[in-house]
Design a protein around this ligand. Structure first.
Ligand code: NDP
Ligand code: OXD
Length: 309
């Protein structure tokens, strides 16, 4: 009994050698060439085509190729009783740490202002704030948020994290829940969103939240486009409540050609590339999780659908 690789697009060529190396001797079938869905115990999925998973009578777990699970919406018939495992793996984590550190330093060191000055041939050093006096808030202090925070603490930035449940992390001031949000926002000069997209977090980056940040704060959104109310960001940039933003994710993607974000002078934009799953390390993570399950232990990183992540 084996594994089904179920994806849209051309991913199989990259993934198959990685899965075979991590799971030697396993029977691996690739959709749509799969011959016998009764042999499938585990499915590795990305935007799964509707109705395929329910045809696997012996399925024990669904591994999402991504950390976010919103792509599972493509299959409304996914069997709800089968556990879904989020992607947690070294390639994704290191990619996100790089992106967060890069963008935080970009804003901390006022690179947007220097770009404007360069365009004017203007030689003008701006005040330099020591890193320990720069406050950074990580909204969504989970797998990726905690790893990114660790790197920022290593750069001596003054880091806080906000999560649903209480957390502790060395060198980080931790806040949680609705009761901790205002104090967390009030001290976040650079706000990084790494929340999952759920009913509770959709549209959370809005005018009311921006008003609670220190004036002139910067926003970094590397989570999902639907966390952000686009018009509220534009208004906050226009009013000066926000100084600038780095956006990696959009709703919809690709960002439409005529969207105001493309040409906004205070927005730095990337096409959903903050981090990407690396098939080699992701396959090792899937293999370790399958081994855990086959020893009779619980899977790591199982999605709690009552919370939506
Ligand atoms: P985790 O599930 O590990 O962490 C999520 C964090 O958000 C947890 O700290 C959780 O709290 C917190 N959280 C969830 N809901 C709430 C809420 N209502 N209020 C307060 N805190 C909340 O996820 P990951 O760190 O692995 O990934 C986060 C997201 O990053 C993904 O869902 C995905 O959308 C995005 N992503 C984007 C990528 C890109 O390239 N742009 C790449 C990879 C991921 P608690 O700890 O209490 O559970
Ligand atoms: C993810 C992503 O969720 O790449 O893994 O966005």
């Amino acid at each position: 009994m084996g594994l089904l690789f179920l994806s849209d697009g051309e991913r199989a060529a990259q993934w198959l050698p990685a899965l075979e190396a991590a799971l030697p001797g396993r029977d691996i079938q690739v959709w749509p060439e799969a011959e016998d869905l009764a042999r499938v115990r585990y499915a590795v999925v990305c935007n799964p085509p509707a109705g395929v998973l329910k045809q696997c009578p012996n399925l024990e777990a669904i591994f999402s190729m991504w950390a976010g699970i919103d792509h599972l919406k493509s299959d409304p018939e996914r069997p709800p009783e089968i556990p879904v495992v989020r992607m947690v793996e070294r390639g994704l984590s290191t990619g996100m740490c790089e992106y967060v550190v890069m963008q935080v330093l970009f804003h901390h060191r006022r690179m947007l202002d220097y770009r404007v000055q360069q365009a004017r041939n203007e030689w003008k050093p701006l005040p330099l704030i020591p890193s320990w006096k720069r406050t950074v808030g990580i909204m969504g202090f989970g797998e990726l948020g905690q790893l990114a925070a660790e790197k920022l603490v290593g750069l001596e930035l003054d880091v806080a994290g906000w999560s649903r449940s209480p957390k502790e992390a060395p060198g980080v001031t931790c806040f949680h829940g609705a009761e901790g949000l205002d104090a967390f926002l009030a001290r976040s000069e650079i706000l990084v969103c790494l929340l999952p997209l759920t009913e509770a977090t959709r549209g959370v980056l809005n005018a009311e939240l921006f008003a609670k940040l220190p004036r002139g704060a910067c926003l970094i959104n590397a989570a999902r486009g639907a966390h952000l109310v686009d018009a509220d960001l534009l208004a906050a940039l226009d009013s000066g409540q926000l100084d600038s933003a780095s956006l990696d994710v959009f709703d919809p993607e690709p960002l439409p050609d005529d969207h105001a974000f493309w040409s906004h002078p205070r927005i730095v934009l990337t096409p959903h590339v903050a981090a990407g799953t690396v098939p080699e390390t992701a396959s090792q993570s899937i293999a370790a999780n399958i081994a855990r399950h086959e020893r009779g232990e619980a899977f790591d990183a199982v999605v709690d659908f009552s919370l939506g992540y």
